[in-house]
Design a protein around this ligand. Structure first.
Ligand SMILES: [Fe+2]
Ligand SMILES: [Fe+2]
Length: 168
């Protein structure tokens, strides 16, 4: 049986993952409107991964006899100034998520909740990968600058991203 404190922390994180999906669908729409299909695909896959994160936490909470307390999910941002802006906002958002994942891991240790501590290790690693991926793409966009041909090539590259197989 999970403690009330840990249950609340996981609940909040579950809603944050859903918000993340919502935010990345919003960025996907921004790119669909611009006919940048590769960028749209990248954020669609990103949103799907966030839904998978929420689902992992949903399953875990039920497995340890906890409950989800359903809350409203905030509206995502819809105003993006540029391609670079969508990636900057994404990196900033992922850093915010990382801080919360780390807080959960810390609380789990303090609580002696080794199951939750172990479960969230996957998310610790996932956040390292998420932040690295966004930083790499921001670096590529800086290189591209105003070069339309290079942007076309990056769009083609991002078209190749496929959803990961569910591992839960
Ligand atoms: Fe996530
Ligand atoms: Fe993420």
């Amino acid at each position: 049986m999970i403690s009330n404190n840990m249950q609340k922390l996981i609940n909040d994180q579950y809603h944050r993952e859903l918000f993340s999906a919502h935010m990345y669908f919003s960025i996907c729409s921004y790119y669909l409107d611009k006919d940048l299909d590769g960028f749209a695909n990248f954020f669609r896959v990103q949103a799907e991964e966030e839904l998978m994160h929420a689902l992992k936490q949903f399953d875990y909470l039920h497995q340890v006899d906890g409950k989800i307390t359903y809350q409203a999910i905030d509206a995502p941002p819809t105003d993006f100034e540029s391609i670079m802006d969508t990636f900057n906002q994404t990196l900033e958002h992922e850093r915010y998520i990382t801080r919360h994942i780390h807080a959960i891991v810390k609380a789990a240790l303090e609580d002696g909740d080794f199951a939750t501590h172990n479960f969230f290790q996957w998310f610790v690693q996932e956040q390292v990968e998420e932040e690295a991926l966004m930083r790499t793409l921001i670096a590529k966009l800086k290189l591209i600058g105003n070069n339309k041909s290079a942007l076309y090539l990056l769009n083609e590259e991002l078209m190749q991203r496929k959803p990961e197989e569910a591992t839960a």
